[in-house]
Ligand binder design. Structure first.
Ligand SMILES: Cc1ncc(COP(=O)(O)O)c(C=O)c1O
Length: 366
């Protein structure tokens, strides 16, 4: 029995990758903002409809550079329902963070809860477009304007997702994307900083490169967060095929939905108004943690490996403040991401759905 994992990385046709790699041999430039990184940046900026895209070595480094470039002072108010990197990157910068609760439908930061927690101590807002679903962008913008603080979007999951017809990467003062191999689009490892602010983009560029303004002049403090030409080559090789990949994933989501629609115990996050999904993940929300553990067991018996994502809630981090976020704590106990990737077959979806059904019918017969 071959196993089905929660995700599987896509790979381009090997000849396509080799073509780009050959160009690296020709240019002789392996890293340090080479021609492939520059080409990749331009293509992404056009696709996202933003003025500036700066590529870095990971989504986590992108968050760290965004925080540094914005010169955040005070507390970052963020979401407790996200991947650990959202909080740990803030802590790593030596910046305090606190949580506001999420909206129970979209699973993204709730503007109402955010507003209750705003104070002069807050220096920035960081929301995650959870599973590629849009935050309440207008609601968050209103709060950021009222308090005069910037918004950073952890848009790690959003490649291909839109809000009001624009890429989700086009919102906020800065948006960051992860290009990690497990993401629907990737460069093996990599991250994107997107902004319309030219002075911020300049800071991103020197900060990712030790602070160099030119080979013999320093602009300010920096780290090594550069993307290599080999990583850019992978991203460029995959780029042309992404609409087909996303369409295939959307069909799989529709298929899952068509079965789960009939299962009362399974609910799904609600897609935000005006948002179009990229089918980055297939999260389901079950009635209890017991059900999550039972379904996981049923799936594992059939060689299917789902993932409790995001679990545990970020309030459990040893360096988190204790916060009153009952919705996020509850959802993180009851959420499960089922396998979803390009190449997953309809038969495999049916097998996964049957495992979930099996668990609930066995509960009924007890
Ligand atoms: C929501 C979120 N933020 C940040 C990251 C970090 O991205 P990276 O793995 O590229 O550092 C991830 C990666 O999984 C993520 O899911």
């Amino acid at each position: 029995m071959s196993s089905i994992n929660v995700t599987r990385s896509i790979l381009p046709p090997i000849d396509k990758y080799i073509e780009y790699v050959r160009s690296i041999w020709e240019s002789g430039q392996l890293t340090n903002n080479g021609p492939l990184v520059k080409e990749f940046e331009l293509l992404l900026a056009t696709e996202f409809g933003v003025k500036h895209v700066v590529l870095v070595s990971s989504g986590t480094v992108a968050i760290q550079i965004a925080l540094k470039a914005l010169g955040i002072e005070g507390v970052v108010l963020t979401t407790p329902f996200s991947f650990v990197a959202t909080s740990s990157a803030i802590a790593w910068q030596g910046i305090e963070f606190d949580f506001a609760d999420i909206d129970a439908e979209s699973l993204c930061l709730s503007p109402d809860k955010l507003s209750e927690q705003m104070s002069p101590d807050v220096g920035a807002i960081m929301g995650t477009h959870v599973f590629g679903n849009a935050c309440d962008i207008e609601g968050i913008e209103k709060i950021s304007k009222k308090w005069g603080v910037p918004v950073i979007y952890d848009a790690a999951h959003t490649y291909g997702a839109t809000y009001k017809g624009r890429s989700l990467m086009a919102y906020g003062d800065v948006s960051i994307l992860s290009l990690h191999a497990t993401k629907l689009f990737h460069s093996v490892e990599g991250g994107v900083l997107a902004t319309n602010d030219e002075s911020l983009a300049k800071k991103f560029s020197y900060m990712r490169n030790f602070g160099f303004a030119s080979p013999e002049a320093f602009q300010g403090v920096g780290i090594n967060g550069k993307m290599s030409e080999f990583h850019a080559a992978m991203g460029l090789s995959l780029l042309g095929n992404m609409s087909e990949v996303i369409s295939a994933r959307i069909e799989l989501v529709d298929l899952y939905d068509s079965y789960f629609y009939e299962i009362e115990e399974v609910s799904r996050p609600v897609q935000s108004d005006h948002a179009i999904s990229n089918a980055a993940y297939y999260p389901i929300i079950l009635p209890s943690e017991t059900a999550v553990l039972g379904v996981l067991k049923e799936l594992e018996c059939e060689g299917v490996f789902a993932r409790r994502y995001f679990y545990p809630c970020l309030t459990e981090l040893p360096y988190s403040r204790k916060s009153d976020v009952p919705i996020a704590e509850d959802i993180s106990l009851r959420v499960l991401c089922l396998p979803l990737y390009y190449g997953l077959t309809n038969e495999e979806v049916v097998k996964i759905v049957n495992c979930v059904k099996m668990y609930f019918s066995s509960c009924l017969s007890k």
